[in-house]
Ligand binder design. Structure first.
Ligand SMILES: [Zn+2]
Length: 353
């Protein structure tokens, strides 16, 4: 007997539930030594599928409601750059099967993923035909592998590319809900000159089920953009999927944060660690986003399971990983637990530091 399908994305949003979608697979596997910074192609999917399956399970354990197929940057353009175009179909199908397996095992939503192709060129309209072909093939593989609960079309720097992605989902993945989100650099406009607020509104009017921002910006510089969208009266559910870095007014996008030891050097991507948010900051921004009415959220590049758990707990949840949420009463030096007896004084050790 097959298991009942989990409640869908749209039904959850309709009922004012929050959906957490853990992301950040590329950065996490680069840190672990299974793919290369620069090219950032998810080769690990076919080299070590067991590790990808493991990270899917770990994110669910930490509170993710979604298993996102790891096809980010598994498109023809990226595979060409690393000379592995022959593996394009295999990497996509393998990623989809891994996500499907974990989603079915854990009763979570399974999402397909298409993304920025980095070929948008205002001066050369031929990019559009090539982009269309790349979205089409990835979407067709999603459908051939049994479809998905929703498609995440993300990290678009250009409105034109996001709009094309939405049109392709509607054409090649009929009936599947879609989340479309932007990577906003500096300022208020996307790289094709469309203002972000116009872009969000136009995608919403074009029928995207969720619109918002992912990647690029940390929580502090993502939230105000969504706040403005709310003030503008947008009714389509919003996506808040920042990177977990402390971006600010000077550097709203993590790609221009400076190395903390050498202000002349860009920290992206290898020296960003000192800019990481704390877990408390992630929790605080999660609560702010929720108070604003955001119901689709996650963490992008830089995410790891502890941040996803912090996000889930900030929403009042107790995912399986909460079994190991900190209990400092049992700490050797800060603890207050009566079993922490000092051998010399026979008294409870307190605040030795
Ligand atoms: Zn990202």
């Amino acid at each position: 007997m097959s298991k009942p399908r989990p409640k869908g994305l749209l039904a959850r949003l309709q009922d004012d539930e929050t959906v957490i979608c853990a992301e950040g697979y590329l950065f996490e596997f680069e840190r672990r030594g299974y793919l290369q910074a620069g090219g950032y192609v998810p080769e690990v999917v076919i080299e070590h599928p067991e590790l990808v399956e493991g990270l899917h399970r770990e994110f669910v354990h930490a509170g993710s409601d979604v298993v996102l197929a790891f096809t980010y940057y598994a498109h023809r353009e990226k595979m060409r750059i690393i000379g592995r175009e022959a593996d394009l179909e295999k990497i996509n199908r393998t990623a989809l099967r891994l996500a499907r397996k974990v989603a079915d095992d854990t009763g979570t939503l399974m999402a397909g993923n298409i993304c920025n192709l980095n070929i948008y060129d205002q001066a050369d309209p031929s990019w559009e035909g090539r982009a269309h072909a790349m979205f089409k093939e990835q979407l067709e593989w999603i459908m051939e592998e049994g479809g998905c609960d929703f498609i995440l079309a993300e990290t678009f720097f250009a409105y034109a590319e996001a709009k094309l992605a939405l049109e392709c989902v509607r054409k090649y993945a009929k009936g599947i809900p879609v989340v479309v989100s932007f990577n906003l650099k500096r300022g208020d406009d996307l790289i094709d000159g469309v203002l972000i607020q116009d872009a969000l509104r136009r995608l919403a009017e074009a029928g995207a089920d969720v619109v918002g921002l992912n990647c690029g910006r940390g929580p502090a510089t993502t939230l105000p953009v969504l706040e403005e969208a709310k003030q503008n009266g947008i009714e389509t559910p919003l996506a808040f999927v920042p990177v977990p870095y402390r971006t600010d007014a000077e550097n709203p996008n993590f790609m221009t944060l400076k190395d903390v030891n050498d202000n002349g050097k860009i920290a992206f991507p290898l020296d960003l660690d000192p800019w990481l948010c704390s877990r408390s900051q992630i929790a605080s921004y999660t609560r702010k986003a929720h108070a604003l009415g955001v119901r689709f959220m996650g963490i992008c590049c830089g995410n790891a399971s502890h941040f996803t758990r912090a996000m889930a707990e900030a929403l009042g949840r107790q995912p399986p990983a909460s079994r190991y949420t900190a209990d400092m009463s049992k700490h050797a030096y800060y603890g207050t637990d009566p079993t922490l007896i000092d051998f010399n004084t026979q008294e409870v050790c307190k605040n030795k530091f």
